[in-house]
Design a protein around this ligand. Structure first.
Ligand SMILES: Cc1cc2nc3c(=O)[nH]c(=O)nc-3n(C[C@H](O)[C@H](O)[C@H](O)COP(=O)(O)OP(=O)(O)OC[C@H]3O[C@@H](n4cnc5c(N)ncnc54)[C@H](O)[C@@H]3O)c2cc1C
Length: 284
């Protein structure tokens, strides 16, 4: 289908994008890679009157190690750039590997991390990884900047802690090598029917603490608290299966569609939690 008519402005700075958002009010929408927004516009699920293109803004680009050792990724970095980053491959391989497994080459070349996090598709991969890494989302708006923990940012289906007029400028997390993501993908789109990210703190052969998050199974990316508790003190990889066994049962709401029933997704949550934990433990 053809989208409804809209105006298009290419912002030349983040400040200009913020001003255009103010000017456009509820009619205005940011455009990054367009790989979630344009399909929604074509289906008339979104009918913005003004698109503000932020895709090429230098201020939103870069993958850098900060003075405190944390890694910051600019919102406009594409999945392909994240997948190719030497810094991420060395210090947080889960992020590069997850980006490399998103969609196809066209999607990875256009889609951005900022767009993926702001859109919060229930089957998107990076939200679970950011929750598992305890990442912080950086946001800029008319009232200044603020930081939100990833686990608080994702709230419901396509719903995040982002007010009208605000822009996600980037994401930041501590390096973590012992982390991995495993997904059961929808064959055509590669979106996660179930995807689990596990980030472990390892002490020899045992796990001293863990953050485990799921996407695809439920309305939004969220932690699997029961699995995290079961992992504390567990010896790995042997204890992975028992720690992951109840992963799906702990979810309050589970998606059900033509790709998988609620029961199937609950069962697969346990399977992919085990795989993610074993892969993460193998990196320790
Ligand atoms: C065929 C296909 C397959 C796909 N497969 C996968 C997959 O396997 N895994 C996966 O995770 N994703 C997948 N995607 C989604 C893809 O990763 C999208 O590119 C991504 O989710 C959105 O990023 P974008 O830059 O394209 O955002 P856009 O489409 O440009 O924007 C999406 C939404 O976010 C808002 N937005 C964008 N940037 C910002 C910002 N910086 N601050 C605030 N709001 C912002 C926009 O206003 C819009 O509402 C797929 C998409 C397609 C079309």
């Amino acid at each position: 289908m053809i989208p409804t008519a809209f105006d298009y402005r290419r912002a030349t700075s983040v400040a200009e994008a913020l001003a255009l958002l103010q000017e456009g009010g509820p009619e205005a929408k940011l455009l990054a890679g367009g790989h979630s927004l344009i399909p929604m516009m074509k289906q008339r699920l979104a009918e913005p009157g003004l698109l503000i293109d932020i895709g090429g803004l230098d201020e939103l680009r870069g993958i850098e190690e900060q003075d405190d050792g944390d890694i910051a990724i600019g919102a406009a970095m594409t999945h392909a750039e994240i997948a190719a980053s030497e810094l991420l491959r060395a210090q947080a391989p889960i992020v590069a590997e997850t980006a490399a497994a998103i969609g196809d080459a066209q999607v990875r070349n256009r889609g951005t991390i900022g767009g993926s996090l702001a859109h919060a598709d229930p089957g998107a991969d990076l939200p679970a990884v950011m929750v598992a890494l305890d990442a912080t989302i950086a946001i800029l708006g008319p009232n200044g900047d603020r930081q939100v923990a990833a686990e608080d940012f994702f709230q419901d289906i396509l719903t995040v802690d982002l007010e009208e007029g605000e822009i996600v400028t980037g994401v930041c997390f501590a390096p973590c090598r012992s982390a991995a993501y495993a997904k059961l993908e929808q064959r055509a789109s590669k979106f996660a029917l179930v995807g689990v990210a596990a980030a472990l703190t390892l002490d020899g052969g045992s796990c001293s603490s863990a953050r485990v998050a799921v996407t695809g199974a439920s309305s939004h990316a969220q932690r699997l608290g029961g699995v995290e508790d079961a992992l504390a003190g567990a010896s790995l990889p042997d204890g992975a299966a028992s720690a992951a066994a109840g992963a799906g049962d702990g979810l309050e709401f589970v998606n059900e569609d033509l790709h998988g029933s609620e029961g199937y997704r609950r069962a697969m949550t346990a399977v992919f939690a085990r795989r993610a934990i074993e892969a993460a433990a193998g990196r320790g």
